[in-house]
Design a protein around this ligand. Sequence first.
Ligand code: ZN
Length: 238
Amino acid sequence: MTKEIEILKELVNDSDNIVFFGGAGVSTESGIPDFRSQDGLYNQEYEYPPEVMLSHSFFIEHPKEFYNFYKNKLLNKSVKPNQAHTSLAKLEGAGKLKAIITQNIDGLHQMAGSKNVIELHGSTLHNYCTDCRKPHGIEAIKKADIPICECGSVIRPDVVLYEESLDTNLLVQSVEYISQADMLIVGGTSLSVYPAAGLIDYYQGDRLVLINNSETPYDVMANLIIRESIGTVLGSVT
Ligand code: ZN
């Protein structure tokens, strides 16, 4: 075990109001591609760039192409939580971790057993009618080229598309958790994309831990930096 992981274990032992903030790197170890990494979605061949195909206007104008791309790329077939997810669920169960704030839309934290998960970008597991707002399960999305509600309107995924803004209530909740946390663990994010960076600024403690493969603008503020697999790191804490 590396020295950094020893220190991390001590910090976790001494804390009882831990908040975890996670990005795509948490899910890549479950086989879900990182949007922005070298071999992530952004660099794969498609008729339009992913940030166009996953935009609000593209969904409105080309729902069939939107859903074709969405189902192929974002509805992950048989992915399972990894050690990072299961360890965080254990920390919550032990009463140490109060909230997970995630930029991922795959629902893997809940699948691992976590209860208090703030999904800033929504979830592919939830969908709703654009007109009557009725919720629809994932099967409704899978079975049709363009999923249609009983009322006749198009169903959309409950995920934040490009050109759309984040839910203000979720941001407010996130700020509350982060500002009250005694320990903030940030993992699998380069902290370069809104709103991640802005949220970290609300942390007031002295146990800021960054677990990421590459440098982040927040490295100078961190009390501990670990450059290893997040699954391995968190897995060795619980
Ligand atoms: Zn409807």
